[in-house]
Write a protein that binds this ligand. Structure first.
Ligand code: FAD
Length: 474
């Protein structure tokens, strides 16, 4: 198509990002990298007085793609963020007390005659074999030995059949991305946003007003203000869909502890009486936290439980964080998109929040608007984001609901609560014959769902009938 020079210029000229946590600086770095600085200005406002949430240290393998796209090398990234490798998550005491399983990144064997390897494993179990599914996972086996290596570059090698992510210091990552973005022209202001001015006719955001009296105008506003939801909620009143009936944890108490030996290349998630505890090893310290429901335990009791269960001495006072699980009814409204905690939060189990920041940014680049802000584009963004949130939500609910634990009121609630229908249907099919289907572009692969279901005793009554068509000797 030839360019029509009589068309009005509808290009977005100025993006304003409110917030300088992981979300704000990831957005600033990515937009600066992908959008031509000769056309689009990017301004970021953050308040050092308010600060950032200061947690969020475990990731999914997708973070490697984000870094690679920005040209950030792995060695430099790990050095700057005191990062470490993560092969998956070890779950302790979830399905039953004393139970453990590993959710590793990657597969546990190749398909054989189009049948998934775990189906062959189910058949062997039915014949009395006693191996664990994770015995066939390279990631789980390496984690068990506290070892790590890069996946083999030759895809035909069994040692290529896994992936990995990172643990890192989120504050250092934000600082690193800030340097990245500022060197490339992002203009940062340290001030508190005290007002958001809306256009009298369209209701679009015209500008944000700062506590130093300055006014920052823009065409497109990215709300990265964290739980405050300064633009998306306080100014534009989008509404929030509350999921606490399914994801009942609403607080976390966090504390760093001294780095411990042996060094573990994985996250540990241990179920506790009213929630669960994370352990995230970094180079220079270990991150710890107890995620809990305030209905079932007090802050003091939760902090005492956490401090009693550390691998090394605590390095600070425990800090309590409050949240409500759920998502905004709209992620994008008018000329404002929420990214990060401003868009919703589903608690840290399975480390999905930073991934959701990344996928929000990628989606935004794919659906980047012009100043017309087409409702068709906005609707598609919102539909894709809601789908992604809901499927991840169901994966998280699975962890809580698929339990035999009835030893505390919290676990009894989770075990007996009603769950969303799609999850109910997926668990029913899996129990029937071990089958599971990944829908559209949902985040977690079949192998992830299967590891958690098997790990938490959602035991299939039988395996896929196609397995019986394969001679046993094969
Ligand atoms: C207990 C807990 C554990 C977590 N663990 C993980 C994990 O392991 N893995 C993972 O992926 N995610 C995790 N997360 C989520 C993760 O912390 C966030 O997704 C990530 O840090 C991004 O946060 P954010 O940038 O959206 O918000 P924040 O870090 O809160 O940043 C908000 C920014 O907005 C600014 N701001 C707010 N109000 C104003 C104002 N009025 N004026 C100017 N600036 C303002 C603040 O100063 C700050 O810069 C966890 C979250 C919690 C609560």
């Amino acid at each position: 198509m030839t360019e029509d020079r009589t068309m009005p210029d509808r290009r977005i000229r100025k993006i304003v990002i409110v917030g300088g946590g992981t979300a704000g600086w990831m957005a600033a770095a990515a937009f600066r990298h992908f959008l031509d600085p000769k056309v689009v200005d990017i301004a970021l406002v953050e308040s050092e007085d308010i600060g950032t949430i200061g947690v969020g240290e475990a990731t999914l393998p997708a973070i490697r793609v984000f870094n690679a796209q920005l040209g950030i090398g792995e060695a430099e990234f790990l050095r700057e963020t005191r990062g470490a490798f993560k092969l998956g998550i070890e779950f302790r005491d979830w399905g039953t007390r004393g139970n453990r399983f590993f959710h590793g990144f990657g597969d546990f064997g190749a398909k054989y005659k189009k049948v998934a390897a775990y189906q062959l494993w189910l058949m062997l179990q039915a014949r009395g074999e006693t191996s664990e599914l994770e015995d066939y996972s390279i990631a789980a086996m390496a984690a068990r030995l506290n070892r790590f290596a890069q996946p083999h570059p030759d895809q035909r090698s069994p040692l290529a059949a896994f992936s990995y992510a990172y643990h890192f210091d989120a504050t250092l990552y934000a600082h690193y991305l800030r340097r990245f973005a500022e060197t490339r022209g992002v203009k940062r202001t340290n001030a508190r946003v005290v007002d958001v001015r809306l256009n009298g006719e369209s209701g679009f955001i015209d500008s944000v007003v700062l506590d130093n009296g300055a006014v920052i105008e823009g065409d497109f506003f990215i709300d990265c203000s964290g739980f405050a939801g300064l633009l998306i909620e306080k100014a534009l009143q989008t509404g929030f869909e509350d999921w606490s009936r399914w994801l009942p944890c609403n607080r976390a108490v966090a504390v760093p502890s001294a780095a411990a030996e042996p060094f573990a290349p994985y996250t540990r998630a241990t179920a506790r009486d009213a929630g669960w505890q994370w352990r995230i090893p970094l180079q220079h310290r270990t991150g710890n936290g107890y995620v809990y429901s305030s209905k079932y335990i007090s802050d003091d009791e939760a902090a005492a439980t956490l401090l009693k269960n550390l691998d090394g001495p605590a390095l600070a006072e425990p800090r309590v964080l409050k949240f409500t699980t759920g998502m905004r009814k709209k992620f994008w409204i008018k000329n404002c998109v929420a990214v990060g905690l401003a868009s919703g939060f589903m608690e840290p189990l399975e480390s999905i929040s930073i991934y959701l920041i990344q996928s929000g940014i990628a989606r935004l680049i794919n659906l980047f608007p012009d100043s017309g802000f087409s409702p068709v584009v906005i609707d598609r963004y919102n539909a894709q984001a809601a789908f992604e949130f809901e499927r991840i939500r169901d994966f998280l609910i699975l962890h809580y609901h698929a339990t035999m634990r009835d030893d505390t009121p919290f676990w009894n609630y989770c075990r007996t609560m009603s769950i969303p229908e799609p999850l109910e249907n997926n668990m029913r099919l899996f129990r029937d014959s071990g089958r599971f289907f990944r829908e559209a572009e949902e985040m977690f692969a079949i192998t992830s769902w299967v590891q958690v279901m098997i790990g938490q005793h959602v035991d299939p009554k039988r395996y896929h009938p196609a397995v019986d068509l394969i001679p046993l000797e094969e």
